[in-house]
Design a binder for this molecule. Sequence first.
Ligand code: DC
Length: 242
Amino acid sequence: MTPVGPRPTGGRASAPERRPRVAIDGPVGAGKSTIARLVAQRLRSTYIDSGAMYRALAWAARTHGIDPNDPSRIAALLDTIDLRLEPQLDGLNRVFVDGREITDDIRSSEISQLSSRLSEIPAVRERMVALQRAMASEGGVVMEGRDIQTVVLPTAELKVFLTASAEERADRRWLELRERGFEADLATVLSEIRARDDRDSTRAHSPLRAAPDAVHLDTSGLTIEEVVEKLLAIARERSVIP
Ligand code: DC
């Protein structure tokens, strides 16, 4: 499994200083992906969508007909597939399993729920965390997920915990699904969001939590641009960026 891809070059190639790592976590629909992608563009950093890796595994498990209740077979599957996450210069993370592009296929509700279930498996998390750390080893990344600030990159230069009300998050998710061509019922989206919130934050291994030194930002009622500007202001205040 080799998540690699082109990295935007920020500044002079000879610049020796380490570029910051920004960890953005929060529940589904808090705006993490859009905000992390825009912040990465502004910082000329690489945006990494860690959830896409769990989704790719879920897609592979479903495609190979592997029982999600069998943790050892799921972990073994992860060792045998070639899972690639390719961050693009425009911020999109293209996702491949064994050479087949599944970037759009992993966004269905079914894959959302399955990826949340598989992410509870400790052996899966251990492997994903190792891969994600390797991707951030040179700095210059904005990585988004559930355990980035607590487990994957606890020494990230900036840790941000994004939240929003469940209703607002359901509205956003519903719109996003429709834009991607998936039919969805708002009440179902809201109950699925609550189910995933519950599972993601109560699981035994690496539950969704803010780091003690995280910046908390409630995005309810804010535009995307307002959130991005707030985050960049905080990064400047903390000397994470000039
Ligand atoms: O961010 P997302 O909705 O695409 O993530 C899909 C699932 O993967 C989510 O329900 C929980 C899991 N996940 C995780 O456990 N840890 C991460 N760092 C990212 C995602």
